[in-house]
Design a protein around this ligand. Structure first.
Ligand code: GTP
Ligand code: MG
Length: 139
């Protein structure tokens, strides 16, 4: 089956939404094959968000993601990469549909970076790369 890398971002941990988000993922039928909570260091975040380096929101993004503990997990299931992104909803919480994690649980703030509770890999290549960053022992 396919695997994806999910992050419950620091705002999700801080707001006490770990259980709610993991509940949705498990209720959908996906399996969690690895899970860890820690505060991300600069090296991990630079690797994880390499594609966004140079964007105007990049420094805000790294600051947000390193501001407190996050939960990294690997979920497994048929089409879990696209399936988890469907559960998450649109990047911008204002545009995210009701029924999605971001649509139901996040709202847009007047901040330098969009705080949207979760990350999910966007392709098989990204998933392999990101799983290797957060869970090198699974490789
Ligand atoms: P991730 O699952 O976190 O990768 O979100 P995504 O794939 O829906 O979005 P993307 O990879 O394009 O952006 C990564 C993160 O950067 C987003 O989740 C936001 O936190 C932030 N971000 C993306 N685009 C913008 C933007 O245009 N403005 C601001 N301020 N933040 C952004
Ligand atoms: Mg992305």
């Amino acid at each position: 089956a396919q695997r994806t890398l999910v992050l419950l971002k620091p705002d999700a941990v801080q707001r006490g939404l770990r259980g709610e988000i993991i509940r949705r993922l498990e209720a959908k039928g996906y399996d969690i094959v690895a899970l860890a909570q820690r505060t991300a260091d600069a090296e991990e975040l630079a690797a994880h968000y390499a594609e966004h380096e140079g964007r105007p929101f990049y420094s805000g993004l790294v600051e947000y993601m390193g501001a407190g503990p996050l939960v990294a997990l690997v979920a497994e299931g048929v089409n879990v990469i696209g399936g988890f992104r469907s559960l998450a909803g649109a990047t911008n919480p204002t545009e995210a549909a009701p029924g999605t994690i971001r649509g139901d649980l996040a709202c847009e703030k007047d901040l330098p970076v969009i705080q949207n509770l979760v990350h999910g890999s966007d392709s098989e290549e990204s998933a392999a790369r990101e799983i290797d960053i957060w869970f090198p022992e699974l490789g």
